[in-house]
Design a binder for this molecule. Structure first.
Ligand SMILES: C[S@@+](CC[C@H](N)C(=O)[O-])C[C@H]1O[C@@H](n2cnc3c(N)ncnc32)[C@H](O)[C@@H]1O
Length: 271
């Protein structure tokens, strides 16, 4: 069959989105993504491996897991079922931090709930003098973070397995920048979420309760974790900004919106 027919088949049967279908074809036949349109009339023979990937897509498994890749801040992140698939709105944390701190200074980052390590990897890729400690409760997630951090920040990171809600589990010392995208869906939101989300680790998506349990605790902890004038950035779930702002009352903070005009990131400063 021709590559164009293969892409048509993929779009009809598992990936309606054109970009996704082209990305899958690129992976399936080892053609660079940008070159796929130039090869549409090439003859292709889907191997057994490609058929297996199609079967997985047919079950609703996310494309990123099937091809072990998700683009984040323009970088290829390795992902599999051990970690949350990085979301575009999380890139806002990266762009905000980069706009605040130039490349000339050596800074220490702490990325809490690191998952795939995408936030720390993207920041360190852009800032060669920076180093990061990354924390996650899941040893499996840290194994994935290690792959991505080795890719983009070789030798400039430390992995720490621990509970973000327990100060005893944190590495020693203070940081210039703290980032955190915690699990913030309520238990009910997780239960009602689409099937594709059920492929992701539950504890990466939901705190199993109100969805707010990380923010209060972290706001209490960050003054002791952050240098003076250091910052902490937390991703927020839909509609959570009012409650979380209430907890930050009297401190220096702002809320920034994402590309959908949703209040998405709390930026706190240790003033
Ligand atoms: C929303 S994901 C964020 C992943 C990544 N930072 C990102 O933005 O794509 C949340 C992560 O928090 C981790 N996590 C859940 N509960 C935790 C806890 N109590 N302490 C530390 N990490 C936790 C999960 O394993 C998961 O990797």
């Amino acid at each position: 069959m021709k590559l164009a027919e293969f892409i048509g088949y993929v779009r009809e049967n598992c990936l309606a989105n054109r970009h996704d279908a082209l990305e899958f074809a690129s992976k399936a036949f080892s053609i660079e993504y940008s070159q796929v349109p130039l090869h549409l009339s090439d003859e292709v023979v889907p191997t057994e491996g490609v058929q297996k990937m199609l079967d997985r897509l047919g079950t609703g498994e996310p494309l990123a897991y099937v091809i072990n890749n998700k683009s984040f801040y323009g970088l290829d992140m390795y992902v599999d079922g051990r970690v949350l698939i990085p979301r575009p709105e999380t890139e806002l944390i990266v762009s905000e931090v980069l706009s605040m701190f130039s490349a000339e200074t050596e800074l220490r980052i702490l990325d809490i709930c690191t998952g795939s390590g995408c936030i720390a990897a993207a920041l360190l890729e852009q800032r060669p003098l920076w180093t990061a400690d990354v924390l996650d409760i899941s040893a499996e997630a840290l194994a994935v973070a290690e792959i991505n951090l080795n890719r983009y920040a070789h030798g400039r990171f430390r992995l720490k397995q621990g509970n973000a809600l327990d100060t005893a589990d944190y590495p020693d010392g203070r940081y210039d920048i703290i980032t955190c995208n915690p699990p913030y869906l309520t238990e009910k939101e997780w239960e009602d979420s689409p099937k594709s989300l059920k492929f992701e680790p539950k504890n990466a998506l939901s705190d199993g309760g109100s969805g707010l349990s990380f923010y209060k605790k972290l706001l209490d902890m960050i003054p002791d974790l952050c240098h003076k004038n250091g910052v902490a950035l937390f991703e927020l779930g839909l509609g959570q900004h009012e409650v979380v702002s209430g907890w930050a009352e009297g401190q220096k903070y702002k809320i920034i919106k994402d590309y959908q005009e949703i209040e998405r990131v709390l930026v706190w400063t240790n003033s």
